[in-house]
Design a protein around this ligand. Sequence first.
Ligand SMILES: Nc1ncnc2c1ncn2[C@@H]1O[C@H](COP(=O)(O)OP(=O)(O)OP(=O)(O)O)[C@@H](O)[C@H]1O
Ligand SMILES: [Mg+2]
Length: 401
Amino acid sequence: MGTQDYLQFSRKESGVRLCANVLIVASPKHAEAIDWTGESDAMPGLVVLPCENTAAVPLDAATAASLIVLEVDPHNRRSMDRLAELKHKLPGQPVVAALPDASVALVRMLVREGVDDVVSLPFKFEELLETVADVLAQHRRRRTGELRLAPLFAVVGSIGGCGATSIASHLAAALAENETSGRGVAIIDLDLQFGAVADNMAAAGRGTVADLLGAEERLDEDLMRSVARPVIDGVHVFAAPEAIMPLESVETDRLLRMLDLIRQHYAYVVLDLPSNWTNWSLSALSTATSVMMVVELSVASLRQARRRLDLFSSVGIEGDEVQLVVNRVERRLFKTIDVGDASATLGRPVLGSVTLEDPLVSTAQDQGLLVKQVSRKSKFNADIQAISKILAERFAAGGPA
Ligand SMILES: Nc1ncnc2c1ncn2[C@@H]1O[C@H](COP(=O)(O)OP(=O)(O)OP(=O)(O)O)[C@@H](O)[C@H]1O
Ligand SMILES: [Mg+2]
């Protein structure tokens, strides 16, 4: 990953939310006027379907879309019937109505018909981008509530080797230890090329996240359970694929469906992410309940953390739920940089700090064990327990009421 990708991501605010498949169904006049050359990176999943505004919307295209922007003529009964039919056939599908000028009364009427929002015609890129991003975010929030999805904790590294994977796997175990619903904790290794969670935790089995990402309509609870690899204490590992998987082969919609499915069946879900950022990994991150940026007390780590936090902000991942976890902290009296400096430099709260325990952590991992299985009195373990406690107090476990 190079600077190029960062530039692409930061080109448009909210760009990441629009990795979703957006279908515009508009009359040829308005469809043909869409010429957003140069903007297509910000909406890679955009499909424009020219279609008279009374003609039926093809159901297969509509079903494949995450959101439909539908041209509506409120003064034409057949156009309104078409909207009603679409809402009837795909009741859960977000729909944005497009029309030349919408009065307040008209917007109200369209909302009553099940429309989520309205954009003006001719289409304006910025307006569309913003409206679609908002509607998708609202739907996702609603679905999270309805499905009682488990909290998703994403652990991201500032620089390579800063300990993100070690913290993610031990955090999953700590959450599971104190979890009483019996639903267990899932850790998903999305470091699709170099993932080591399964090795570090000696999670035996054959299934990997690639099986779930490639499953399409076969993706269901049974398949998910067949891929989950149980390790100790109610932790299930969703392993990275054995063979290196091309990062561009991941489809964001499938990945988000997989995450939703796993979140429906566990009490907590922990996500380990690759250090290279792609549209899909940012999209996954944008659905997280809490993001933990692992930093070390070094200039290099803090500098890279800054760049990544800026990247996250540029795609709307910011606010209170992005926090720091300071790793490899040494209890020395004199330090050039301390935990407070990290927080002040990055303008983020510190969720917790984790002690350097060398070679205990790597020795345990080399044997496929957790630190607590090797040493009962480890500071590393106590530090992770403290972080897990804060998270569990803040975010109730997922699952039926
Ligand atoms: N607090 C710690 N004390 C001692 N060793 C640690 C600590 N945290 C991590 N390590 C060790 O540092 C090494 C790198 O850790 P890890 O693989 O978790 O980092 P990462 O950020 O996930 O790396 P990558 O960028 O490759 O994904 C491992 O050998 C691990 O055992
Ligand atoms: Mg890692």
